[in-house]
Structures are given as structure tokens and as C-alpha cells.
Design a protein around this ligand. Sequence first.
Ligand code: ADP
Ligand code: MG
Length: 527
Amino acid sequence: MTAPAVRMRDIHKRFGAVHANKGVNLDVAAGTVHGIVGENGAGKSTLMSILYGFYQADEGSIEVDGRVVRIRDSREAMAVGIGMVHQHFMLVDTMTALDNVLLGAEPDWRLGAARTALRERLNALMEQTGLRVRLDAAVEDLPVGERQRLEILKALVRGARVLILDEPTAVLTPDETTALFAALRGLRERGTTLLLITHKLKEIMSLCDRVTVMRGGEVVMERDIAQTSVDDLAQAMVGRRVATGRRVPVAAGSGNEVGGVARLDLPDSVPSRHPAPLMQAEGLRWCDELGVARLDGVSLSLRPGEIVGVAGVSGNGQTELLDVLSGLKAPQAGTLNVDGQRFLPDDWITPSRARELRVAHVPEDRLHRALVLPFAAWESAALGYQHWTRYGRWAWMKRGAMQQATVQMMETYDVRPRNPELRSSKFSGGNQQKLVLAREAMAEPGVLLVGQPTRGVDIGAIEFIHARLRAHRDAGGAVLVVSSELDEILALSDRVLVMNAGRVAGELPIEDCHEAALGRLMGGAVH
Ligand code: ADP
Ligand code: MG
């Protein structure tokens, strides 16, 4: 039997009190695609960073093609044929694609003749792999998918035989993902070994030959793909059974399809069968400091009892849309109707006015906008609602009431640990998100605007958060969900808007949302 391309033995790594890798063993057969999955904090990136020489293991050994190696930095990793495509590309924007490949290469490559030779090698490589990049374009002018191809070419041209990809599809449209996977399959044919980190189990199933599941710093499962399923993987990741099936769209008000989750008790004043939209926006236009229209004539309405999903590759106006609807930004043109009130650009809705009109907002960037990290959980839980008379008239009364309310939120939303005195920063991503959602939902909103509801959230908490959003809808509220995860949009929405270049490229009822149709709209095709 031939030696594995990569063998990691009994790898331990500690960061202070955190034991991030606890005796991890990993064998990756040459010429295969090997997936690594696990919840946030499982230790995947740590393990890959050790393989790439970014961290040193405290204990354990690494073998490449049967030989024990020491990898102390990325140069040494490259020297034994290991390359990495990072989640955030390590490219210099103002330089051309070709110069980026030259950067950090062997000094003699920078000479004119070597430059020509490199160009030829890259051209040949592009021909063989189908990974096309315009070598003379500045990186800043390249779309994301092309930058990613450049990163891959850069690793390959330097002799990578093992390529580590960290969440490579997070930034891609479905079409780009399909193209990338085709190219990766081609690389495997040519004998390249691929290590794929992803939290998208469908990708693991479609591309990988074998998969390793990590939990709490340990390997909890390793299987051939043929011997496993999405449900097995999900269960191994969280250590219990979770529902991963796609939701069959149900009529509003038909009850909660996720067992064990109580419906939100909204007061009677929320119209449960009100025909009029709870929120309606017309012709929103918002330009940034450079005069670029980030929102360019966006109209939408949110009706009681529906979840509207906003899909799109990130950066196509989704963030600005949430900011404008929640009052964080005033548009240059457009109107907004909420609760019988009409807003025009020169007197736009403000965040506090929005709260009064029962429009709640769970921002995408919750770390910076939704929580004050050094504050205790109960202080973050009251943010934006401190003035509420329900918290009492005097500071000391409010403090007690807020703490009590936080304990209540933590119970209802299963926030762990249940400690209102703990600093906001000490909770995991999933628990921070549950806390923000609890705060916004407790205000009994009619409209809930949610950005990236489950980004950085582990799979157990995703299920919970989705159930709460559906419960809000089923109780007669309206939910606008912006997410760059197509699966999430498909799982939650009754209706989907696709944004491209600041416009609504198309609107589809959930029944018509095939990935191909959505992908075309995300790529800019007009519906
Ligand atoms: P994953 O990639 O599976 O999400 P990581 O390998 O990034 O997980 O993290 C594993 C654990 O190690 C986490 O608890 C994380 O907080 C911790 N950790 C990772 N890198 C560092 C670091 N540089 N310093 C301190 N703790 C770290
Ligand atoms: Mg990671």
C-alpha cells in the first residue's frame, strides 16, 4: 500500500486553557478529496494551520508521502508540496494577477525571462485545469471567483501537490461553485490531493471521497462518502440527531412544524390576518461617498405571516437595504410606509422610531453593532430598549428588571451559559446571536429584519434560530431574512428576492426557487 499523501499523528495544540486539537489523527490518501467538517471551534482551522506551518503542534508528527517532515512556516509547507487557499485571499489588490504570483516567489523568477517563463507555465496550467484568470488585470478588477482561481493557480505553480481549501464556496454564486467543483475534480484527476474545509454538508457529499468530522478538538468520525449521509454527518458534528431536511413550504398560521418550540406570544394588536403589508418600500436609492448607487430603485413589501428571503452574492446591496429599512441610513430617494406612517428621505425613519413602530433589527454584523462586547449580557440584552417604561422609572429599578428580563430571555432562547452577568464577548457566536434575537423578538415586533441569522452559528443553534423565525411568521409577523447562504434562504422563505448590483434582479415564490434560476439572477441575469 502506498503511503498517504498526508499523515498527521496524535496532534495536540493548546492556546492557553483551550485545548484546540486533542490527539488528532488524520490520513489523507493521495489523489483524493478529503473533507473536514465540524462546528465552529471544533479545531479544523487549527489543524490545517499546523499542516500549513502557521502554527506549531505542541505534540505529534506530520508525514508527507511517508516521510516525517517539520513544517515551521508556509515556505517549508510549500517545500514539501502543501499549499493553502485561504478564506480571505492573500492577494495585493493593486497589482496584476501575474505580479501577485511572482510576489514571494523565488528571487530569480522576478527577472524578465523568468517572468515570461512563468506566464507560459501559468497559461499551460490554465489550459490543463480550466482555472482561467486574466493575468494582466489588476486583482481589484477581478471578480471574487477569479481571485480564488488565482490563489489556486498560485499554489499549483509553486508545486503544491496537496491543496488545502478553507470554506472556498462561501463567497461564490451557485454557478461559480459548480465551476470551481468541476475544476477541483479535474485537479483530482491529475493527482492533486485536496483537503476541503466546509460547513456545507452537501458540498462534502458531492465532492469528497472521504470525510473527517471534528468535534471539541477531536476526530469523532471518519468515513468514505459512500458510507455516510448528510444526516450522519450532521449528527456526528453536534453529537445528537438534528433535522436537516428542507422545509416543505406551509401556509402561514398553520402552526409550527418544528416540535417542542412554543409559538411566540404576540399581543392581539399584531394583525394576524391583516391584508395590507406591514412594511412597504418604494424606489429606494442609496449612494455611497463615492456616488456609487449601492441601492438602485429597490421596492419591496412585507406582509403579515410571511418570511421574505433576500438572496445574492454578498456585496450587492443587501447590507445597505437592511440599513435603510431599519433607519441606520437615510436613502437619497424612495419612500417607506410602516404602520400607517410614511417616510421620505429628508425625514427618514430612525432606529428608535423604527423600534416604536415595532420594527426590530438583528444586524448582520452583530459583533460590532448588536452587542457591546465588554458589557454584561444583561446590558447588551437591554440595548436600544433601556428607556422602556416596562423596565421601571429609576435606574436601580431598571437594572433589576433588565437582569430579570435577561434571565427570562436566556431561558426562552436557550442561551448558554445562563449567566446575565457574563460579558457579552464570552458567549459563543451561536449564543450571542440567540441573545440578540431574543432581545429583538421580546419587543414584540410586527416586522423583524434579520441579517445573516446564522453566520458563525453552530448547527444546533441554527435549527433553533430558524424555528424562532418561523414561529414569528406563524404568529402573524413579517420577517425579512438577508442571507448569503442559499440553503438558509430556501429553508426559511415563502418568497425570495434576488439582489444584484443594488437592484432586485428577480422575485420568485419558493416553489419556483431552483438553484439554477436563483444562480442566474444572482449572477445578474434579469428575470
Ligand atoms: P474551527 O476552525 O473548527 O472553527 P478553530 O481551530 O479555529 O476551530 O478553533 C478551535 C478552538 O481553538 C476554539 O475554541 C478557538 O477559540 C481556539 N483558538 C483557535 N485559534 C486560537 C488562537 N490563536 N488563540 C486562542 N485560541 C484559539
Ligand atoms: Mg475555522
